[in-house]
Write a protein that binds this ligand. Structure first.
Ligand code: SAM
Length: 300
């Protein structure tokens, strides 16, 4: 289990680094504010994220927003002013949770016995001074779209706060403490939890030591190592499957030819699937000549 309803933290930084290349790396700490912390149990407890937690490349605290309520029924939502359907997340529990957590060291979370009954003092009127270096990110369909460039920016932070909305969204006044808004894309899902998990995954993959193959993330589609192109086709054994053989160059043993083939395949893949990416990609004269021969014309 990676967390609990009472905001238990996944393993903190503190384990020994096992690879010399990450000796000096500072881990990234995620504080995730949600009404549904148990949703995170599976996705953040497997594979690459699990390994990154075990290696202390990252640490995660799940904070249940409801834990920061003091009313009898622990209410976190209410009807919208002006009428209309659905419920809106109230501002006080979210702001109290974020301000309480972010004014304490990374790794702090409310002790299970303190939930509801023994909350640290907090002022609804006076905003807390939050650490400027910690982005407070609201997951919302109104945010800037999540791209590899946005992920690369997030990797620069040592601590990230992610606020997951639910219902019809949050009371607008929560935005007083929000420093960034990120969207998964131009569609609406039921809560920010899936978006938070995707951000944790995308950021973690970028950390040296997170992937089994060190250069993996660097050579993924959209990454700087591929100059923003899509990755070309990949093959593994068997050499023949359903009458389709692997391209002979891949077993030629000629590394320069393999690299050139991969580059050309990445250019063709991008031209076929996402031609608009070519306009932002870093292209060599050789790339441009190749694309020209395949009918691509740059659009101004
Ligand atoms: N009424 C809101 C609006 O139109 O902007 C949408 C509310 S949505 C049903 C509930 C929550 O899901 C949002 O507060 C947000 O946290 C999350 N959410 C929905 N779509 C999202 C997206 N595309 N990217 C990130 N978060 C999203």
């Amino acid at each position: 289990m990676i967390g609990s309803d009472s905001g238990e933290c996944a393993p903190d930084a503190g384990g020994d680094f096992v690879e010399t290349q990450i000796d000096t790396l500072q881990p990234i700490h995620f504080d995730i504010f949600t009404l549904f912390p148990t949703m995170f149990a599976g996705p953040l407890d497997e594979s690459i994220i699990r390994r990154a937690l075990d290696k202390a490349l990252i640490s995660i605290c799940l904070h249940n927003i409801r834990d920061f309520t003091t009313d009898r029924h622990h209410i976190c939502d209410d009807t919208p002013y002006g009428g209309g359907g659905g419920m809106i997340m109230k501002p006080e529990p979210i702001v109290r949770a974020v301000e309480t957590v972010l004014t304490r060291p990374a790794g702090w979370s409310l002790a299970p016995d303190d939930v509801y009954v023994n909350l640290p003092p907090w002022s609804p009127e006076t905003p807390a001074v939050l650490p400027a270096a910690t982005p407070v990110i609201l997951l919302t369909p109104q945010g800037r779209p999540l791209t590899q460039t946005v992920v690369a920016g997030l990797v620069q932070s040592r601590r990230l706060a992610l606020i997951c909305g639910r219902y019809e969204g949050i009371d607008e006044r929560v935005r007083q403490i929000v420093t960034d808004e990120i969207s998964l894309g131009d569609y609406v899902i039921s809560g920010g939890e899936l978006a938070a998990m995707i951000i944790v995954d995308a950021v973690t993959r970028q950390l040296p030591g997170a992937l089994g193959y060190a250069l993996g993330a660097h050579q993924d589609s959209h990454s700087p190592g591929l100059d923003g192109l899509l990755e070309g086709p990949q093959y593994t054994r068997p050499p023949l499957f359903r009458n389709q053989a692997i391209p002979p160059v891949l077993i030629s043993g000629h590394h320069a030819n393999v690299n050139r083939w991969r580059r050309e395949q990445a250019l063709l893949e991008t031209l076929a699937k996402r031609p608009e990416l070519l306009m932002r990609a870093t292209l060599s004269p050789k790339d441009l000549a190749f694309l020209d021969a395949h009918g691509w014309t740059p659009v101004a």
